[in-house]
Design a protein. Structure first.
Ligand code: PLP
Length: 390
């Protein structure tokens, strides 16, 4: 009567969303200020006023029949051109507007690219730990997610990647700055990855899919672009985090003009978008893309939170990953059992996501994209549960 796979997926709640809903309910019961919700990656930094002003300007100045109608499936040419220009500047690779496809955020970019490139049984390598929805997008497209170990700092382990490559490997999916570890891959790391994938692509290209919703959120050097190091690259991007527009659903997918059969791949992307029923990305937000590209979020908001949380937890004895980018702190669960520790934290109104949901055991993820006051007020509880849990 129904598609069994979809029914299972619909009934299976994501651990993150479950905790987030629980947090909302608890806040209603015992007061907003008594629940410390670090579960979800919904950014709290204000949307830049320049981005909001552009939306208001568009609403005032562009006739509604132009502003709110369908755009081309791939998107407004002005938006695609602005994206191509900005990516060219970042990567040094001359990108083409004709190979940019505007999407409803990185999730849509992921679903589209997997549908475009995978045949049944194709494998996609994904470094562990990883964003749980990857599994959904890959398996729906008929592929298989192959988890690949990372090194002790959660950076790329090239030997492990080489061992994982088989004749069925169609793509490798990376995410830097990383959710959940905060790792940011260096240019050297991406160069070495490019060399390995080139060496292993003899029987057909292994696409490098670069999921970059946190691109601008780094606390050291800017994130390096894999476009510069590997031709068969597809960039998946979102304005959800970089411009605090998570609810508006706007992002893009960009194929490198240097990719094998780039135009053919782009045709498959158009086919995938069509088959998934996307029609076009939200038109109003597409019109504002050139302004969004110039109005990035306040990284200092997240740096302040990171420094506060990292410093305080380290002093208490927690073992925290360095958090080079994004807005997540990945912390070893005291006692070693992440599910047990996060349950214990939950009983103390502190909501942390156990790393089991990301394909790795023994850690919890703390989303610090919250108002600073939430972190400040939560610290006594972090201290209390650290010592009590041994
Ligand atoms: N990729 C990663 C690594 C993410 O963390 C997220 C959201 O949290 C997404 C993709 C999806 O982002 P969106 O669909 O809001 O653009």
């Amino acid at each position: 009567m129904f598609n069994r796979e979809m029914l299972t997926l619909g009934r299976q709640r994501s651990v993150i969303r479950e905790l987030f809903s629980y947090g909302k309910q608890r806040k209603a019961e015992i007061g907003e200020e008594n629940v410390f919700d670090f579960s979800i990656g919904a950014p709290a930094a204000p949307t830049p006023s320049s981005a909001q002003e552009e939306l208001v300007r568009l609403l005032r100045e562009v006739p509604s029949e132009t502003l709110h109608t369908y755009t081309q499936a791939a998107g407004l040419f002005s938006a695609r051109e602005a994206v191509a220009k900005s990516l060219s500047t970042q990567s040094g690779v001359p990108m083409s507007a004709n190979l940019v496809y505007m999407t409803c955020g990185a999730s849509a970019s992921l679903a589209i690219v997997m549908t475009a490139i995978l045949e049944k049984g194709d494998e996609v390598l994904v470094p562990c730990p990883y964003f749980p929805e990857y599994e959904v997008f890959i398996s729906r497209a008929g592929g298989k997610l192959v988890p690949v170990a990372t090194n002790s700092a959660f950076h790329l382990d090239l030997d492990a990647i080489e061992r994982a490559i088989t004749p069925k490997t169609r793509a490798m999916l990376i995410n830097s700055p990383n959710n959940p570890t905060g790792a940011v891959y260096s240019a050297e790391e991406l160069r070495a990855l490019g060399q390995l994938l080139r060496k292993k692509s003899k029987e057909g290209p292994i696409f490098l899919l670069s999921d970059e919703p946190y691109r601008e959120l780094t606390y050291g050097a800017p994130a390096a672009s894999p476009l510069s190091f590997y031709d068969d690259t597809v960039v998946l991007y979102s304005f959800s985090k970089s411009v605090t527009l998570a609810g508006e659903r706007i992002g893009y997918l960009a194929v490198s003009p240097r990719a094998n059969g780039a135009e053919t791949l782009f045709d498959a992307v158009c086919g995938a978008g069509r088959s998934l029923g996307y029609i076009c990305a939200p038109a109003l937000f597409q019109y504002a893309v050139p302004a969004f590209l110039k109005s990035s979020t306040d990284v200092e908001f997240y740096r302040t939170n990171r420094d506060l949380l990292y410093g305080a937890l380290t002093d208490m004895g927690y073992a925290c990953c360095p958090a080079e980018g994004a807005f997540y702190l990945f912390v070893k669960a005291p006692g070693g059992d992440a599910v047990r520790f996060s349950e214990y934290a939950k009983a103390h109104e502190l909501l942390l996501v156990p790393s089991d949901s990301f394909g790795t055991k023994g850690y919890v993820r703390i989303s610090y994209c919250v108002p600073k006051s939430v972190i400040e007020k939560s610290l006594p509880t972090f201290r209390e549960i650290f010592s009590a849990s041994f």
